[in-house]
Design a protein around this ligand. Sequence first.
Ligand SMILES: NC(=O)C1=CN([C@@H]2O[C@H](COP(=O)(O)OP(=O)(O)OC[C@H]3O[C@@H](n4cnc5c(N)ncnc54)[C@H](OP(=O)(O)O)[C@@H]3O)[C@@H](O)[C@H]2O)C=CC1
Ligand SMILES: N[C@@H](CC=O)C(=O)O
Ligand code: NA
Length: 432
Amino acid sequence: MEKPILVGLLGLGTVGSGVVKIIENHQEKLMHQVGCPVKVKKILVRDVQKPRDVAVDPSLLTTSAAEVIDDPDIDVIIEVMGGIEETKELLLRALRQGKHVVTANKDLMAVYGSELLRVAAEYRCDLFYEASVAGGIPILRSLVDGLASDRITKLMGIVNGTTNYILTKMSQNGASYEDVLAEAQALGFAEADPTSDVEGLDAARKMAILARLGFSMDIDLDDVQVKGITQVTEEDLNYGKRLGYTMKLIGIAQRDGQKVEVSVQPTFLPDSHPLASVHNEYNAVYVYGEAVGETMFYGPGAGSLPTATAVVSDLVAVMKNMRLGVNGRYAVAPQYEKQLKTPAEIFSKYFLRIHVKDQVGAFAKITTLFSERGVSFEKILQLPLKEDGLAEIVIVTHDASQQDYEDILQQLGDLEIVERVQSSYRVEGEKR
Ligand SMILES: NC(=O)C1=CN([C@@H]2O[C@H](COP(=O)(O)OP(=O)(O)OC[C@H]3O[C@@H](n4cnc5c(N)ncnc54)[C@H](OP(=O)(O)O)[C@@H]3O)[C@@H](O)[C@H]2O)C=CC1
Ligand SMILES: N[C@@H](CC=O)C(=O)O
Ligand code: NA
C-alpha cells in the first residue's frame, strides 16, 4: 500500500468537522484521484474536552500548535481556525518547513495574502484558499483557470451568506433583524464575531481577494469602500418591493480601462436580475469577461460541508501536485499597477428616501440641487407622513457620479426644508 499523505488540521469547528467528514467519507474517491490514502494526523483545538459534531480519535486532538506545525511527518496543513496575526505566523512557519497550506481564512488572505503567497512560492509550496471566497462555489479556480484566457471587466456578487440569509428572511417573512442573525449564528454561517458579516467587512475581504485575482492587481482591503446592512430597515425593503427592487448586500469590482473600483454595499437590484433570486445563505458571483460575456457562479456560500468541499478539493489539488512534483509553481505576481477610480469616475443610480417639510416649493428646491449637477430622476414617489407637516419623498436617479451624488446629499442636509435623509442606496442591474 502506498504511503499515506498526512494532514495537520488547525481547527475542528463548523468547517473543520466538515473537512474530517469528507476526508473519511470520500476516502475511496480521494484514493482513486491521488493514488494514495490521505489521513488526518493531528488536530489543533482550544479545548480537547469540547463535544464535537464529528467522531474523532481523542488522541488526535491537541492544544499545542507546535505538535501540528512542527511534526515532520505532516505534509499539508489545513487551516480552518480563523484569526489573523497568530495564524499568519503559524502558516509562515509551516511554509518555511516545506509544508503545503490550504486555508478558508479570508480575513488572513485579504490582509496578508500577497506576503503568504510570496513565501509559499519561495519554498516551493502550494497555498490554496478556494473556501475563503463564496464557500463551496469554485470561483477562485474559475477565475484563475477557467477564465484564464479572458480579460475580466466586472465582478459582481453576493459573497456573504449571513447577510443574505438575514435580508432574505427580513424581506420574505418580515422577521426581525436580531432573530434572524441569531438563526444564522446557530446554523454556523456567521463569523465568530458577526460584526464583520453585518458591517460588510467579511464581504469586503472576499471582494479584495476576487478583484486581486480577477484584475491581476494588488488590491488592498483599504481600497474597498464598505457599507454593511445594519441601517437597512423594513420600510426600505417595502419601498424596494413597491418599485420592483430586491435589496442585497452586493460586492462590485469594476474595471474601466486600467482604472478600478471595488465596493460592498446594500444595493437595490431589479427583481428580474439573476442575483435578486439568490436567497438565504446562497452566494453568487457574476463575472463579465470581454470575450466570454456574462457568466454566473452560484452555490452555498457558507456552512460546514459546502465549505469543507472547497477545502478538501484544494487538498486534492495539493496532493496531485505532490504526485507530479510540481508544487509551488502556481503563484503569479500581479500583472498591472493598481489604479483606483476617483469618486468622480464611479457611476451608479441611487435610491434616496428623505423627509421634507410639506411646504409649497419644497420639491422644486430639491430638484434644483439635482439638475444643477445634471442628475435626472428615473422614479419619484411622494407620500404624506403620519408626523405632522412632513412628507416622504423617494427618488431613484439616473446615473450619477459618486462625487456629484455625495455633494447633493451634503447640500440636501443643509436645506431648511429637509428634515432628514432617511436612507440612501446604490441601484444596480441595468447595463451601462
Ligand atoms: N463557517 C463557515 O460557513 C465558513 C467559515 N470560513 C472560515 O473558516 C474558518 C473557520 O470557521 P468556522 O469553522 O466557522 O469556525 P469555528 O469557530 O466553528 O471553529 C474554529 C475552530 O478553531 C479552533 N480554534 C480557534 N482559535 C484557536 C486557537 N487560537 N488555538 C487553537 N484552536 C483554535 C476552535 O477550537 P475549539 O473547537 O476547541 O473552540 C474551533 O475548533 C474561519 O476562517 C472562517 O472565516 C470560510 C467559509 C465559510
Ligand atoms: N460568515 C461567512 C462565512 C463564509 O465565508 C458568511 O456568512 O458568508
Ligand atoms: Na469558493
